[in-house]
Design a protein around this ligand. Sequence first.
Ligand code: GLY
Length: 367
Amino acid sequence: MNLEKSIKFTEQVTKAHLKEFYDTFPPETSHNLVYVGKENISWTSGFYEGILWLLYELTGDKDFYNSAKHHSKSFRERLDKGIDLEHHDIGFLYTLSCVADYKLTGDEKQKRTALDAADILMKRYHPEAGFIQAWGEMNDPGSYRFIIDCLMNIPLLFWANEVTDEQRYFDVAYRHMKTTVDNIIRDDYSTYHTFFFDYKTHRPLEGKTAQGYSDDSCWSRGQSWAVYGIALAYHYTKEESLIEIFNNVTEYFIKYLPADSIPYWDLCFGDGSGEPRDTSAAAIAACGIFEMNKYVKNEKFMKVAEKIMESLSENYTTEKHPESNGFLTDGMYSRKYGDEPECTSWGDYFYLEALMRMKNPDWKMYW
Ligand code: GLY
């Protein structure tokens, strides 16, 4: 693949639409491959700012910096007004906006905002069961569950521990990670999307899907959240047991990749199924493999990650769709609820993060 050309493409698309998204954010997904900007009200609003920071790092272009800084402000406002924060995705939101800003510019105000966000995320922790609740009211027995995606939210707490030295952040992130690997990963190292505990006894109850095909299938993006989430947990904890878990969940993901290495939306589907793919799952897994390779070299996994990236950049970008303002086609949000293949705001972010990691393996990540 031509790495420079692939990066250039993301730069050109973003630059061409910078004004359009100056006061808004691309929503969760595009419509006919075009994002229509909306306010900072979704779990996905941070991904666009992450893209701006990555492009600023890659190009040094101040326009990306100025737009990223402008967007950072709205994350403070969102916190102060309490706009759509009743869920665990505060990690996605504030890591790629305020933490990234603080890490790159040293802006203390952004550090404060990210720490305030971490404190809100801490409130979703159930100490008796040892997990961070994904969605819903905290006293609703029907919402007493966590989901695999949350491995990507706990880096906000690991980071908060690093910058404040306050143990409580580490303890919650660590315990949540442990509860996740002990319960949501099946014996064959596939994953449930979500896992319920008993509200009265605080004991593990059962795995269920939300966005996958069925309770006993393996949702592709869930497995890729596991690949990357475990790599990030290893980064922060250096817990030896995570290496084997990472190897096994990654092996499982790879085993079900079709010929072109871009998974169908659930790993129970293969070539000939007629089902849509999920390019975002591919990009997320590639980032996880690149991250883990910093600590434990694995040539086989690296070859797969590079093949994924080659496949994405050669066959799944919007290059043939000049009307598009996204990067990757064929992302799948929730097929189960009738969604069609589109650009996804997180898929675009992780694609560019993976390109950054290929260009600079020592890249200092925002997570
Ligand atoms: N974290 C939500 C999703 O992956 O769709």
